[in-house]
Design a protein around this ligand. Structure first.
Ligand SMILES: [Zn+2]
Length: 211
């Protein structure tokens, strides 16, 4: 069974833009709306409350700010998880401390009370779901949902397999799918090999310090 990677999907909405800079896939509320709806399967139970469903969720500025707050906390805790390795270069020196990130994540998770629920139909397996009490604000509902998924991921066995991709310019985190996987995707491996090749040729023999 695959662990829940929604928090990883959230973290990697900060990505390399292909031109040496960093792009943000959640640059405005419409972009967040698209992201939430694309993850409606994973968020269905979390965002079904009052008038809301994951498939029709529409983010406003408050929801965007709340989601980005959780994302920043997640990236801070990812940076801690990959120690002693370096964090994603997109974050160097720009993240809250792990202590602040924990407080932020727990505060977001506490915004909305959630009740676990067991269903066990006569002709099928038992399934657990969660129901949200009352009708919270959209921003609180989303922030709490993202925080719960982050807590789930950060306490799953997959955390040990989390890496910051070391390829030049790449800012992605990824979960290793096999023991020898070094890069988030094959294109990053190719780019890293080309960069090493050029570095060797630039430095050349006798100039010292190559390696
Ligand atoms: Zn990469």
């Amino acid at each position: 069974m695959h662990a829940d990677h929604l928090a990883l999907d959230l973290a990697v909405t900060i990505r390399h833009d292909g031109h040496g800079g960093v792009a943000d896939d959640l640059a405005d509320p419409a972009a967040l709306t698209g992201w939430v709806r694309a993850h409606a399967d994973g968020l269905r139970a979390d965002l079904t409350a009052g008038p809301y469903t994951a498939a029709t969720f529409t983010a406003d500025a408050a929801a965007l700010a709340a989601a980005l707050d959780v994302r920043t906390a997640v990236r801070s805790l990812f940076a801690r998880a990959v120690l002693p390795g370096p964090p994603s270069s997109a974050d160097a020196g720009r993240l809250p401390s792990a202590r602040q990130a924990l407080d932020r994540l727990n505060a977001a998770a506490a915004l909305v009370p959630v009740t676990p629920r067991l269903d066990w139909p006569q002709d099928g397996p038992a399934t657990a779901s969660r129901t949200v009490a009352g009708t919270p604000a959209a921003a609180d509902l989303l922030a709490a949902a993202l925080a719960r998924h982050a807590i789930g991921f950060l306490t799953s066995p997959d955390l040990d397999l989390l890496r910051a991709c070391p390829a030049p310019r790449c800012v992605r985190y990824f979960v290793k799918e096999h023991a020898r996987q070094e890069w988030c995707k094959p294109a990053c491996g190719n780019r890293a090999r080309v960069a090493r090749h050029h570095a060797r040729h630039r430095t050349g023999p006798g100039s010292g310090g190559a390696g």
